[in-house]
Design a protein. Structure first.
Length: 500
C-alpha cells in the first residue's frame, strides 16, 4: 500500500503533462489553421460583404502580416510575463478577435479582426511552444510530445481547409471564425487546470523597442512587397520600395540587436549552428508547403469542380501522413539516425512529392497525381518538421526559451507568407504568358493556363524544398545516433539530440 501511494503522485504528474499537451496542441491548432481556414470561405464572404477582388487577398494576408511581424515581440513578452499567463491572455484575445470577425458587417471590420487575431497569435504561439519545452524534459517523452506538436503544426493548414469546407457548406463563412470560441474555451479551461509553468521565473528586462519596431516593420514590408508583386508586377514602385525598405530595416535590426543590452532577438539564439539551420530550413520548406495548399485548393474547386467539403476531404491523406510522419516515423527514427539526415532526407522526400504535382492536367488527376503526391509529401515533411522543432528548442538558455520558440513560428509564418506571395506571383506570370502564346476556346484556355501556372509554382516549390534539404544538411552538425531518446534515460533536454 505504501509503495502504491508513493508511486501515485508521479503517475498523476505524468498524466497531467500529457493532458496539458492536449490543450497546448489545441491552441497551436487554432493558430495554424486560422492561416488557411478562410481560404475556402472567401468566395462566400466576398459575396456577403461585397468587397473587391483586390481586397480579397488582404483577408488572408492581414493575419499573416500581423502574426509574422510580431512573433519575436510575443516571444520576448512571454519570457517577461510568464509563459502560462501569456498563453491564457493570447487564447482569450484570439477568441475575442474571432468573434469580432464572425460578426463583421463590412470588409474594414473583418480586416481589423484578422489583424487582432494575428497580434494575439503572436503572443500565443511562442508561449505554447515554450510551455511544451519546459513541461517535457525527459528525452523519450520530449521526442513524442514534439512529434504530436509538430504534427499539429504541419497538418494545421490542411485541417483548416477541411474544417473551412464543412462550415462553409453546412453553416456560414462566419463560423470559420466563430468556431474559435469553442476551441478557445476548451483550451483556456484546460490551461487553467492542467498547464503549469515549470521553472516559471520571469526575466524582468526592458523591452527592446527599437528592435521591435525594426523587425516588425521590416518583416511586414517584405510580405507586403511580395503581395504587390503579384497584383502590380515586380517592377512596380510599390513593390521595389517595399523590398528596399525591408532590406534596410532588417539590416539595421541586426546591427541594433548586436549592441542592445536586452535585445529582442539575441544573436546567440540564431547563430547557434543547429538552431540557425533548423530555422532557415523550416522557413524554406514552409514556402513550398503553403504553396501546395493554396494551389491544390484552387485546382480542385476551380478546375475539377469539387465542393468546399469534398476539397477538405481530399486533403485528408496529406493530414494523416503528416501526423504519421511526425508522431511515428520522426519519434522512432530520431533516436536511431543522425538528426540532419532525418531533416534533410525528409525534405528531399517532400520535394519528390512536390515534383509529382507537376504532372497535373485539366482532367481529374486526383488519384493519379494529387493522392500519391500527398502521401509522399506528408510522410517526408512530417518527419522533417518534427525533428526540426526538437532541434530548434534544445540547448536554449532559460531566459531565451520564449524568443527561441517564437523563431520557430516566425520561420514557419514568414516562410509561408513569403512563399505564398512569391509563388502566387510566379503562377500569375506563367498563366498570363501561356494565354499570350496559346489561342484556343475561352474556357479551355482559362483552365489550361491556370493549371500551367500551378505546375510552374510547384516546380519552384520543389526547388525550395531541395534548398531546405541542402541547407539543413550543410548547417546542422551530426556525429551519430542517440540512445537517449530511445531508452528514456535522459533527464536533460540537451541529451535528446546528443547526436549533433
Amino acid at each position: 500500500m505504501t509503495d502504491s501511494l508513493a508511486a501515485h503522485p508521479a503517475d498523476v504528474t505524468r498524466s497531467r503533462r500529457w493532458t496539458a499537451l492536449v490543450f497546448i496542441s489545441i491552441a497551436q491548432l487554432m493558430v495554424i489553421f486560422d492561416a488557411s481556414i478562410m481560404n475556402i470561405a472567401l468566395p462566400q464572404a466576398q459575396l456577403d460583404l461585397a468587397f473587391s477582388d483586390a481586397d480579397r487577398q488582404w483577408v488572408i494576408t492581414a493575419y499573416s502580416l500581423a502574426f509574422g511581424a510580431l512573433l519575436l515581440l510575443g516571444g520576448r513578452v512571454s519570457d517577461q510575463w510568464g509563459r502560462r499567463r501569456s498563453f491564457i491572455v493570447g487564447l482569450v484575445g484570439f477568441s475575442v478577435a474571432s468573434v469580432l470577425g464572425g460578426f463583421a458587417g463590412n470588409i474594414e471590420m473583418l480586416l481589423v479582426a484578422r489583424v487582432l487575431q494575428g497580434v494575439f497569435a503572436a503572443l500565443l504561439a511562442p508561449a505554447a511552444m515554450s510551455l511544451l519545452s519546459v513541461t517535457f524534459a525527459d528525452g523519450k517523452e520530449r521526442a513524442t510530445a514534439f512529434g504530436v506538436f509538430s504534427a499539429v503544426a504541419g497538418a494545421g493548414g490542411a485541417i483548416g481547409l477541411l474544417l473551412g469546407g464543412v462550415l462553409t457548406e453546412f453553416a456560414s463563412w462566419r463560423w470559420t471564425l466563430l468556431v474559435n470560441i469553442v476551441f478557445g474555451a476548451v483550451a483556456v479551461a484546460g490551461a487553467l487546470i492542467y498547464v503549469r509553468d515549470a521553472g516559471a521565473e520571469r526575466h524582468r528586462q526592458r523591452l527592446d523597442v527599437p528592435g521591435t519596431v525594426l523587425a516588425s516593420v521590416g518583416l511586414a514590408a517584405l510580405v507586403f512587397g511580395l503581395n504587390r508583386a503579384e497584383t502590380e508586377g515586380w517592377g512596380a514602385t510599390a513593390t521595389s520600395t517595399s523590398f528596399v525598405t525591408a532590406v534596410v530595416l532588417l539590416a539595421v535590426f541586426v546591427a541594433v540587436e548586436n549592441r542592445a543590452a536586452a535585445p529582442l532577438l539575441p544573436m546567440r539564439v540564431i547563430l547557434d549552428r543547429n538552431r540557425g539551420g533548423a530555422y532557415l530550413s523550416v522557413s524554406l520548406a514552409m514556402a513550398g508547403n503553403f504553396t501546395q495548399f493554396l494551389f491544390l485548393t484552387y485546382y480542385m474547386q476551380s478546375i475539377l469542380g469539387f465542393s468546399p467539403l469534398l476539397t477538405g476531404v481530399a486533403f485528408l491523406p496529406l493530414v494523416a501522413c503528416l501526423i504519421f510522419g511526425s508522431t511515428q516515423l520522426g519519434t522512432r527514427l530520431i533516436g536511431r539516425l543522425p538528426v540532419r539526415w532525418l531533416i534533410s532526407g525528409g525534405y528531399l522526400v517532400g520535394a519528390t512529392g512536390m515534383f509529382w504535382l507537376t504532372r497535373l492536367t485539366v482532367e481529374n488527376a486526383y488519384w493519379q497525381v494529387v493522392f500519391p503526391a500527398s502521401v509522399v509529401m506528408g510522410l517526408g515533411l512530417g518527419t522533417a518538421f518534427m525533428c526540426s522543432m526538437v532541434l530548434a528548442a534544445s540547448n536554449v538558455d532559460p531566459a531565451d526559451t520564449g524568443v527561441a520558440s517564437a523563431m520557430v513560428n516566425t520561420s514557419q509564418q514568414i516562410g509561408g507568407a513569403v512563399g505564398t506571395a512569391l509563388m502566387s506571383a510566379i503562377a500569375a506570370g506563367a498563366t498570363a504568358a501561356w494565354l499570350a502564346t496559346n489561342q484556343t476556346a475561352a474556357t479551355a484556355a482559362a483552365d489550361q493556363a491556370a493549371v500551367h501556372g500551378y505546375v510552374t509554382a510547384f516546380w519552384w516549390a520543389a526547388g525550395a524544398l531541395i534548398l531546405a534539404a541542402v541547407t539543413s544538411f550543410a548547417l546542422v552538425r551530426s556525429t551519430g545516433p542517440s540512445d537517449a531518446v530511445v531508452d528514456g534515460s535522459s533527464t536533460d533536454s540537451a541529451t535528446v539530440l546528443t547526436h549533433y
